[in-house]
Design a protein around this ligand. Sequence first.
Ligand code: ADP
Length: 774
Amino acid sequence: RIGTAALAVQVVGSNWPKPHYTLLVTGLCRFQVLQLLKEKPYPVAEVQQLDRLEQFTNGHKSEEELGELSEQFYKYAVQLVEMLDMSVPAVAKLRRLLDNLPREALPDILTSIIRTTNQEKLQILDAVRLEERFKMTIPLLVRQIEGLKLLQKTRKSKQDDDKRVVAIRPNRRISHGSITEDEEEEEDHDDVVMLEKKIRTSSMSEQALKVCLKEIKRLKKMPQSMPEYALTRNYLELMVELPWNKSTKDRLEIRAARIVLDNDHYAMEKLKKRVLEYLAVRQLKNNLKGPILCFVGPPGVGKTSVGRSIAKTLGREFHRIALGGVCDQSDIRGHRRTYVGSMPGRIINGLKTVGVNNPVFLLDEVDKLAKSLQGDPAAALLEVLDPEQNHSFTDHYLNVAFDLSQVLFIATANTTATIPPALLDRMEVIQVPGYTQEEKIEIAHRHLIPKQLEQHGLTPQQIQIPQVTTLGIITRYTREAGVRALDRKLGAICRAVAVKVAEGQHKEAKPDRAELGEGEDCKEHITEDAKPESISDTADLALPPEMPILIDFHALKDILGPPLYDMEVSERLNQPGVAIGLAWTPLGGEIMFVEASRMDGEGQLTLTGQLGDVMKESAHLAISWLRSNAKRYQLTNASGSFDLLDNTDIHLHFPAGAVTKDGPSAGVTIVTCLASLFSGRLVCSDVAMTGEITLRGLVLPVGGIKDKVLAAHRAGLKRIIIPQRNEKDLEEIAAHVRQDLTFVLATCLDEVLNAAFDGGFAVKARLEHLNSKL
Ligand code: ADP
């Protein structure tokens, strides 16, 4: 229970891959542990200082008492030091210290210098009384002196400078007590030998073997206290652990793969079809050097989980590498070993984790790679993903090539826009669009609810979520393309029910109250459940006979709070100058209101809502087209003039102002919105539109039609105006969604306006024009 208090003066070392530190400490004094106060996260104890107290330091008395002993000790110490080579500065300093230091400090210092076993050192530490300490140290000194004498005799012929070595590492064979330390060192030595053996027997490439043997040779010569020792050792251990030649056997059977994919995921037919094709080719031709699959779609549509299913069908290990926010190329390729804290990149690390050389690596969020001063990680990925090059991928840390050609890479992204073109070129993009409401309901009932029930320890006999409730959650509590928020909401419901069930079980144990709950409507339980003070009452009511607990709209409101999203569409369209556009975002499609207002001014156009350049240009295009067609459509400014901008300022706003928006597809919406403003007519409240415009009034095709249509469907809109040339995209949309909607295919803005306003948008000017022609 006695220890040494010390001050850490220097800490050298690293934490990776195994913590290895060298501490330089200055001993202060002995102390004794009186009481251990806590052990975690680090021990805290009440201690008592045992030496270096007042009475010791200034007590000449004690020196006198110990006079003889200390004098004897001093003599031996001097004798010992003088046997060493005085020309070595450290020895000369030690000699000076002997004279300058107080005598009572000498036993501690000399014990730490001379050859002693750990046990002996501990005994000296335990000797709190000075007298005892002197008595115990003298024999050790004598032993050391004898040992040195013997050594000097045997090495007489040799030069004196050997003594320096002797001073630090006296011959261990002679000192009898040092067996434990011998063993310790031998153990370390054994470790290195073992490591060497492992290296020789491992199946690493020839080049790697050569490097490793060179390193192990260096390691053997290195003192262990050198920080580089740990680094080299870690390096060698990693080299041994890497799966140079270890792989799992593919068990690929297309029929089984189809079943696994179908079982794990509902819908996503296009994706599954492409994945099966990919796997089929792999089955027919081993070692496929095909393109890397990249799943692109909004969050929560199952990209990652399809990746996991692919690994499952192939019987391979799965490893996910999250690339979001990675901005340093050494994250991919590793640091050179010259760096402090250097380590291999994520690819090599992943291989070490899975322990085989043919896993499925999912490169998650490749679109969120960033560039920085530390280089471009996307460029580093190029080599990894190129089937022609990656058989000799060189991580900077390893510094030897590793064959990645057996690894199956799959990438995921939310959008292809931010993936560097060279990287995109190496991948085959498979779009994973968002789900329709019906698909979401199916996914919820087939996959999400059973999974949540299992996670919460519930059974279908305890909770019942009807499909209308799921639809309610989807429409009123989530607005997303994927199913992640839906999954979370279902989790919240399960938690609430778990409380009821657990309370019910508790009551079950008291049968006398059993009848209380019978006949109760369960929605009331949940209603009351929301009020903390009524929990005890409801607990009485929640009883086994009422199972399953039915989740209806009231229960939903109590558990999830008031609905987050309302069908606000009709309210917002009750004045001129508002139209609904359809936007595509990496998170899926969205409906977007475009608002316009006019005021007296000098013909300026103000645009707000964080618009990109393309969108600003669309706004200018729209205004120009309307100005040039003002007469035709009888559009006037406030003072009745056909010059729309005369004495008029226009302000166009795209709400959700915090989100940056860009792209040409809002063109038709802006035209419609302005046409409504200048004509004073309301746009139909159930119409949404998308399409690029030209100065001549043509409507050009745009992207993301499926996501946009799904968003409109989610929002309860009925009529959708899309460019004629986008007709082909409608085929991808599920039949039941198409049934609910009317599509207007427009080639020019006249058609758009006619469809957007009830009763069409009268083209009086054209009639006049025709008349005049006649
Ligand atoms: P992503 O990687 O696209 O952001 P995830 O793969 O993490 O999304 O999916 C989120 C959750 O949704 C997962 O728990 C997954 O099982 C579930 N999920 C998504 N799509 C489906 C589907 N079609 N069938 C079953 N579960 C799905």
